[in-house]
Design a protein around this ligand. Structure first.
Ligand SMILES: [Zn+2]
Ligand SMILES: [Zn+2]
Length: 151
């Protein structure tokens, strides 16, 4: 599933205040958010009934809690909130590669877990890399190297 493409501007003063007053917040909140900061919804593509969500800060507290910016609607009709939410407990274990991926979203988030969401930008970069590799490989093929594997 592709990532949601909603983008919105973070309310600077309000976000600074929350960062400065939250438990486990950053030592220097202006390092985290800037005046003209825009954030991208990180959730998998979803309909209007679910809020968009962007991760702002991982709280430095014993139980995992992150600050999220949640919004719905656009422009003058935007409704938003800043909330500290627990981490989603979902874990993906790949037995074959012995890797463990944890979901990067908050508990009870809408849609699929983060490990099932593809970042469209990441895909574009990966596609570009793959085509570069193909180009380099085909250049190799064109050179006059004798085929030593021939019987
Ligand atoms: Zn969204
Ligand atoms: Zn999840």
């Amino acid at each position: 599933m592709l990532q949601c493409t909603a983008v919105t501007q973070v309310p600077y003063a309000e976000t600074l205040l929350v960062l400065a007053t939250m438990e486990g917040g950053p030592e220097h909140p202006p390092d985290v958010v800037e005046q003209e900061d825009f954030v991208l919804c990180e959730l998998g593509d979803h309909d209007e009934s679910a809020e968009h969500a962007a991760h702002l800060w991982t709280a430095d507290v014993p139980d995992d809690r992150d600050l999220w910016f949640l919004w719905s609607g656009t422009g003058a009709h935007r409704v938003h909130r800043l909330d500290t939410l627990r981490l989603c407990p979902a874990v993906l274990r790949e037995m074959a590669t012995r890797t463990v991926a944890t979901c990067a979203f908050f508990d009870h988030h809408p849609g699929p877990h983060s490990f099932s969401v593809t970042d469209p930008l990441g895909e574009l970069i990966a596609d570009h890399v793959h085509s570069e590799v193909r180009r380099l490989v085909s250049e190799d093929d064109a050179s006059d190297v004798p085929d030593t594997d021939a019987p």
